[in-house]
Structures are given as C-alpha cells and as structure tokens.
Design a protein around this ligand. Structure first.
Ligand SMILES: [Zn+2]
Length: 416
C-alpha cells in the first residue's frame, strides 16, 4: 500500500483543524475561480483586462470586510522599454483588514499582470494530465492570488483577529516601476511579508533572490551614404557593438554577476551609416556592493558629447535590490516548514536569480518569504502549467502560517 503520510490534524488546535477542513473542501471551487481569473487577459499592460481583474479582486476582498483602496500608477522612466507608448498604467490595489488587538501586521503581496499576449492563442485554463492544467498566468501568479484569497477567507471565517494588508500590483512582470513606491510605503505599515510567486521546482519556498537593474546604452553617430560618403560617417551601430561586448564581458557567474543584453535597435537602411543605435539590458547581482560596482562599470562606458561623436549615453535603474536570507527570513521559513510538517509534507527552501516584489518589500525593512504560491512550471511560456492540487495545499499552508506568525508573541519575527 502506498498511502500518503497522514496529516496530524488530531494534535492541532481546533482552529487550525477547522481551517484545514474548510480549505480542503474548497478545492473544486478554487479551480473554478482560477479558471475565471485566467480567462481575463492581463498581460502587456492590457488595461481593459487589468481593470476587470481589479474590480473582481476588490469585490472579493471587500466581501471579507477589508477596506480596499486603489493607488494610482507612478510614472515609469520612458527609456525602460523600446516601445513605451506612454500609457498611464493600471493602479495598485491595497486591501487592509487591521483588526484584533495588536499583534503583527502581515503583508501579503501579489501581482495581477502576466507576461502573456492578450491577443494571443493562449487564453484559458485547460486540463492536461490530472492534476495538471495549462493557462496564461495559471502559476505566475493567478494561482497564487487564488491561494491567498482562499487563505484569507478561511482566516476571516475561523480566525478573524489576524491583521493583514494585501497589496496587488499590475506591473510586477515589467519591473514594478509604477508600483514600487506603493509597495515600499505599504511595507512600512507591516512586520512580515508573504509573496505569492510560484514555488521553486521542488515545491520549495524562496528565501533569497538576486538583485536586478535595467539599463539602456544609447549611441549617437553621424549618418552618411555608405557608398558616396562612407569616410564622413560615424557608425553608432559599430560603437554600440563594442559597448555590448564590453558590458557582456562584465558577467562573472562565480560572483553571481550577470549582464544580459537585448533587445537591440540601430540603423535605418543597409546603405546608410547608422547615426543612432540603442541596446537594453539587465543586470543581476548578489548584494548591494556588487550591484553598485556593476552599475558603475556600465555607466563608466558613457563618453563623448554632441560635439565629439560618437556619443554614448547610459541610463540605469537598479530597481530591485538583492534580497538576502536574513535571520528573520530563516525564522519565517522554519515556521512554514513546521506548518508543512503538520500538514504531512516536507517543504524545501532555496534561492533564485529571479526577482520579485519580495526584493522591494524586504528592501523596505520587512522580512519576506516568497514562493508561497502554487506549484507549477514553464513560467512565462505558452505552455505554463499549474499543479491544481497545490491550490488547496498552499492555501492551507499560507493560512496556518499567517495564523501562527500572527499569534507569535511580541513580534519576535518582526523587525520590531
Ligand atoms: Zn510572478
């Protein structure tokens, strides 16, 4: 016989047992609600989809008695993407349920945007081999939103004294430039953070993330006919190519320093010396010192001025500081592992080079546990999938974790 390890419900406090049973009974309802969310396209800044998603999330949060507000999108630097169309951007949703007497305030963070094309073929949640299903944003992170909402609904029903704030932005996949200041200001009201990005491939939580920054290399040269006047031209493309190779050479995987380049733009036609060329890129780094050094090295490539072509200009935004696994983060991870043990499964922890809003929340001074969302895979691809059974599994894990951290005497976990 191959029976799963039996959860030790019997030894748990009654409230926890009630929450476990309640969420288990929600599994099919969670799948239906997830399918509804996945069917709303929220990729590529698609405001119509983001608006309808925000309205539906707000209604569900209000039905828990939360006070819900929208925070207008901040301005994003126009150089960040090659084809910034100057959109205003969708607001961030913030729901507060600050009840009970004292106790830590817990921050739950998620994003409603995905990377998927709202006009593409990948639009709905479709079953694969059970319990797997595929859909745009099913794992990253509409599954995570469903996990958090179901966990909070269970807490509202059985443990309504847990104090929480749920922040859901609409531009996490684009770097959170429009919501970063909202994440930082809301984090200042909170003591511990819980982020609903998908679990690591082994189901583990994310305790540590590299930092990330965006840059653009802009080169001006002088146009000339390639046949009649070549010697008078100054090729922006050639200079950009040298810069690209120089920047790429700054990668040092042993030190977790990464420079990735792309996309590129340059030149108007093959018979014209290019007078303008640009490249965008991304850096990753393990700590703030490395981040400063790497961004400094890239910025040092800037040279020339309008009178001395080629002119190289560098734009740089280190928008996500590294998120180390601090002692407070380890403590939160231990609490999550102890919940998982009580639920009958093992929970690993790990680090990743991927970044998330956990970087921003922790940079604002709040210890943050990430990867609490669903198990799934092929993220950001046209075959992204979710393990559906992880919906109720992770919602139970999150609900009990929030409950236990909330009950944790005197903000031991918290920054205090
Ligand atoms: Zn995500």
């Amino acid at each position: 016989m191959n029976l799963p390890r039996k959860p030790t419900d019997m030894t748990l406090p009654e409230t926890e047992t009630q929450i476990i049973q309640h969420i288990r009974a929600q599994q099919s309802a969670m799948e239906i609600r997830l399918a509804d969310m996945v069917a709303i396209p929220t990729g590529h800044d698609f405001s119509q989809g983001l608006n309808s998603m925000r309205v539906s999330l707000a209604a569900r949060l209000r039905s828990m008695g939360a006070q819900v507000v929208e925070m207008a999108a901040a301005q994003r630097p126009t150089w960040i993407t090659p084809n910034d169309r100057g959109e205003i951007g969708s607001p961030t949703l913030v729901a507060r349920k600050l009840q009970g007497r004292g106790g830590p305030t817990l921050l739950i963070a998620g994003h409603m945007d995905t990377v998927h094309d709202p006009a593409g073929d990948f639009q709905t949640l479709s079953p694969l081999n059970h319990p797997r299903a595929t859909g745009p944003g099913a794992a990253d992170m509409k599954g995570g939103l469903e996990v958090a909402l179901s966990a909070l609904e269970a807490l509202e029903k059985f443990a309504p004294t847990v104090r929480w704030i749920f922040i859901i932005n609409a531009d996490e996949e684009a770097g959170s430039f429009r919501s970063a200041e909202h994440l930082a200001s809301v984090a200042k009201e909170c003591d511990a953070g819980f982020v609903l990005e998908p679990a690591l491939p082994n189901g583990g939580l994310v305790v540590e993330r590299l930092g990330s920054g965006q840059f653009m290399i802009d080169v001006l040269g002088r146009a000339a006919h390639s046949g009649r006047d070549f010697a008078n031209g100054i090729s922006a493309v050639n200079t950009l190519a040298q810069c690209v190779l120089q920047a790429a050479g700054m990668t040092d995987l042993k030190r977790q320093r990464i420079v990735n380049i792309g996309p590129l733009q340059g030149g108007a036609a093959t018979n014209i010396v290019a007078d303008h060329a640009r490249a965008w890129g991304n850096i990753r780094f393990a700590n703030s010192q490395d981040g400063q050094q790497l961004s400094g090295e890239i910025q040092a490539m800037a040279s020339g001025d309008a009178a001395h072509l080629p002119q190289i200009t560098i734009q740089m935004a280190v928008n996500r500081p590294a998120k180390p696994c601090t002692q407070e983060v380890s403590q939160l991870a231990l609490m999550a592992q102890s919940v998982a043990k009580d639920l009958g499964f093992d929970l690993a922890t790990g680090s990743t080079g991927g970044v998330s809003d956990a970087n921003l929340i922790q940079a604002a001074g709040v210890p943050c546990l990430d990867g609490l969302g669903v198990r799934g895979g092929n993220l950001h691809r046209g075959d992204e999938f979710i393990e559906l059974d992880s919906l109720s599994e992770r919602a139970t894990l999150l609900a009990l974790l929030l409950l236990r951290v909330s009950a944790d005497d005197t903000k031991k976990i918290a920054r205090g």
